[in-house]
Design a protein around this ligand. Structure first.
Ligand code: ATP
Length: 444
């Protein structure tokens, strides 16, 4: 983990938030390369959900949330972790995460601590007008269910997907970006006909595993965890966690839950008239019924929901951990290389003029950069430091799939040296062929 944290800081992926003031626990900022990597990962998820499935729609809803929503979802009453105080070191911990140096006899009885951040809304601060920072993106998907069904004419099965910030006042944030207080989730709520939910659950577990493998997280580093019945969240009929071997241990990367008809049911008025199976929370404030007409029977029903919910930060940590390699070279030296899948790489290609002060070389390189940038594959950089070796080292460390060197021969024959990040092989390619070549590498 230390190596990853150090690389992330040194190369500009991830910084502690507010570091110059001593930081703020459980918060991180994504730097110039981190934001590219994060955007690429989110784009990959978004396109695998929405662009590849005509029955999935996207959403980008507000973060500040009406308390009634989180009352009905059960979060106000139950979204808490057990907390204990250590009377010896005077620190607080989540009851299942007490460090070894604290003795059992020094700990208080666990008490429930609600993880939601509450904030004042509007100019009057007397506690009557407040909202929560959402603890999951899912609820706004449920509350927009009718809007989306009405505006897109969807019928079952269909999904609504959202990527966005979520906030949890974790008692003990730790392990770099693994457990933080502000993070991003990529959540799909997939609505199905009751009775078909178990089959859909299975199929989403498989689809999500396939996706993680495509992001460079191999099956050897993953285990599925069947959450025991007595540990299931209040809304869940079954949850399968995708567990990943993080540097600090095997922990949850994504959770895939069968949320039944609990959420839509709880947000619905006149619940008794519908065949809701979950133990819903009685609703006196909603003005809507979150039901849909069944295509065959024409009856109104509240769908079941399958929810794959993945954390962006945990994904980034797993991906960097898998990609990070230190290799021994033949000349006795070492190189650090981030073998990211090219579609995730923060920089897609570096164009390097052999000499930084040579106008002709720099001009040819700059033109090539512009041309490659127009392909819209992601960031292309012109690396004009005049030190090829240093350029290669930097781009190995940040995971750039290819470096293109423009030298004096290039001015004669319009070719360039292309160096492959993983094999370090170099070959000559005609400059006019480079756009197609790069496109193939990135889209592979
Ligand atoms: P944990 O048991 O580790 O606290 P959880 O079961 O509460 O996680 P979920 O409510 O299932 O997590 O949230 C879905 C996903 O959101 C998780 O799989 C994880 O990737 C991400 N996530 C949840 N809490 C955090 C956090 N504090 N920091 C970073 N990511 C998080």
């Amino acid at each position: 983990m230390e190596d990853l944290v150090s690389l992330c800081k040194r190369r500009g992926f991830i910084f502690q938030s507010g570091e110059i003031y001593g930081g703020l626990q459980g918060m991180y900022d994504f730097g110039p390369l981190g934001v590219e990597l994060k955007n690429n990962l989110k784009h990959s998820w978004w396109s695998s959900m929405i662009y590849e499935n005509d029955n999935i729609e996207g959403l980008d809803a507000a973060i500040l949330t009406n308390p009634s929503i989180l009352k009905q979802s059960g979060h106000e009453d139950t979204f808490s972790d057990p907390m204990v105080d250590c009377k010896s070191c005077n620190l607080r911990f989540r009851a299942d995460q007490v460090p070894e140096h604290c003795k059992e006899e020094d700990l208080t009885e666990p008490r429930q601590f609600n993880l939601m951040f509450k904030t004042n809304v509007g100019p009057i601060d007397d506690g009557t007008s407040f909202g929560y920072l959402r603890p999951e993106t899912a609820q706004s998907i449920f509350t927009n269910f009718k809007n989306i069904v009405d505006s897109t004419s969807k019928s079952l099965p269909f999904g609504i997907a959202q990527i966005g910030k979520a906030f949890r006042n974790e008692i003990t944030p730790r392990n770099f970006i693994f457990r933080v207080r502000e993070f991003e989730q990529m959540e799909l709520e997939f609505f199905v006909k009751p009775g078909t939910d178990e089959k859909w659950h299975e199929s989403w577990v498989q689809k999500r595993l396939d996706w993680w493998v495509q992001q460079g997280v191999p099956m050897e580093s993953i285990e599925l965890y069947e959450v025991p019945k007595d540990e299931l969240a209040h809304y869940s009929k079954r949850t399968v966690d995708v567990m990943y071997k993080f540097p600090h241990g095997l922990e949850e990367l994504e959770g895939i839950a069968n949320r039944t008809d609990f959420d839509l049911g709880s947000h619905t008025k006149n619940q008794e008239d519908l065949n809701i199976t979950a133990k819903v929370i009685e609703n006196k404030s909603s003005n809507s019924r979150l039901a849909i007409q069944d295509n065959e029977s024409k009856k109104w029903l509240v769908p079941y929901v399958i929810e794959p919910s993945a954390g962006v930060e945990r994904g980034i940590l797993a991906i960097i951990n898998e990609a990070y390699n230190v290799e021994q070279l033949k000349d006795g030296k070492e190189r650090t290389v981030l073998k990211l899948r090219p579609h995730l790489s923060p920089v897609k290609a570096a164009v390097i003029p052999l000499k930084k002060n040579n106008e002709d070389l720099v001009k040819l390189a700059a033109n090539l950069k512009t041309k490659l940038q127009k392909l819209n594959l992601g960031r292309i950089v012109l690396e004009n430091s005049g030190n090829i070796g240093k350029g290669y080292r930097r781009h190995d460390e940040i995971g750039t799939p290819m470096c293109i060197t423009i030298d004096f021969e290039s001015l004669e024959d319009n070719s360039a040296t292309v160096r492959d990040r993983d094999t370090m092989e170099q070959k000559r390619i005609q400059i006019e062929d480079l756009p197609a070549y790069l496109m193939q590498i990135i889209n592979d």
